[in-house]
Design a protein around this ligand. Structure first.
Ligand SMILES: [Zn+2]
Length: 301
């Protein structure tokens, strides 16, 4: 095991989903991505929710993101790998767009945690009026230039009017958000009555998680403060008047997560193993529905 040495951490005394004060220790997981520090995941004894506890507060969590790998920078298109990478990225964005917008005509879209801005850019090209929120300053500046529109810091979500967006998307974002209640309150406030909220989340009930265990890249502690599965996310959203309409598989994620997990586990032949694991995960999920990541489509009650 790695040596644990943390800056001051924040402790949760209540389950963020159901408010219960009874937890048990679920597992200890190292931050394989960056610091190798070990973090504890607690499990609520009432609703089963898993959350990283204690966790680094807003003021110090920045150091766990200090890697160029985390922000997907645009790649130069001159190597074979870069061509594959860009091709997969394009197909992935197209499939994300199709899943997210299938029930809607173009209107206003808000992408929370828009990262490198690829999804927003795609939406703009499809005729949407776009808004973006992103905590990472460098990314904000970059995307603002790319989409010719100011990208906001997360606390500025309060400036949007009520009942405003046809579509709100959070692609692997909610698990990073410190003030969960505030975010979901705001999201349900600015979402239009007939709009859709899209939450993409890693799923620890998937085969790739069972297979990689602590090496599973979907844990991603301490950046992931929460670890959702279909029951806990639906229970939480209900508190904010959001009802799950549909759950859609994210089949690319099993390969991506397996590749990272193989890297963390330091296996040989990692590329081939990851492809096999990704394939197996999707095949098993055909029956169980437990894909590596799930895309939840929510609407207001
Ligand atoms: Zn609970």
């Amino acid at each position: 095991m790695f040596h644990v040495k943390h800056d001051p951490m924040k402790v949760r005394n209540e389950c963020p989903v159901c408010g219960s004060k009874a937890f048990k220790n679920f597992d200890q997981i190292p931050d394989y991505f960056l610091t190798k520090e070990v973090f504890t995941i607690d499990q609520c004894e009432i609703c089963g929710f898993l959350f990283t506890n204690p966790y680094p507060p807003k003021e110090t969590i920045g150091k766990y993101y200090q890697s160029d790998l985390y922000l997907s920078h645009p790649k130069s298109a001159f190597s074979f790998l870069a061509i594959i990478y860009n091709l997969v990225k394009k197909i992935n964005i197209h499939s994300k767009y199709k899943s997210a917008s299938s029930k809607l005509a173009p209107g206003r879209v808000l992408d929370i945690g828009c990262g490198s801005g690829d999804f927003l850019y795609y939406c703009k090209e499809k005729g949407w009026e776009i808004e973006g929120i992103e905590p990472h300053e460098e990314a904000r500046v970059f995307v603002s230039k790319m989409v010719k529109k100011e990208i906001y810091n997360p606390d500025r979500i309060i400036e949007f009017p009520d009942n405003h967006f046809e579509l709100i998307t959070m692609w692997h974002v909610l698990e990073h958000v410190d003030d969960l209640d505030f975010q979901l309150q705001q999201v349900s406030r600015v979402l239009k009555k007939n709009g859709r909220l899209i939450l993409a989340l890693p799923n620890y009930q998937s085969y790739d998680c069972l297979y990689y265990k602590r090496y599973w890249a979907g844990w991603d502690v301490p950046r992931h403060l929460y670890h959702f599965e279909r029951n806990t996310i639906q229970r939480l959203s209900k508190r904010f008047g959001l009802i799950s309409e549909e759950i859609i598989p994210m089949r690319w994620d099993s390969f991506y997560v397996s590749l990272l997990s193989e890297k963390y586990a330091n296996h040989s032949f990692s590329f081939f193993r990851a492809m096999l694991s990704g394939f197996k995960s999707n095949r098993k999920a055909k029956v169980s529905g437990e894909y590596s990541s799930l895309l939840y489509v929510f609407k207001l009650k």
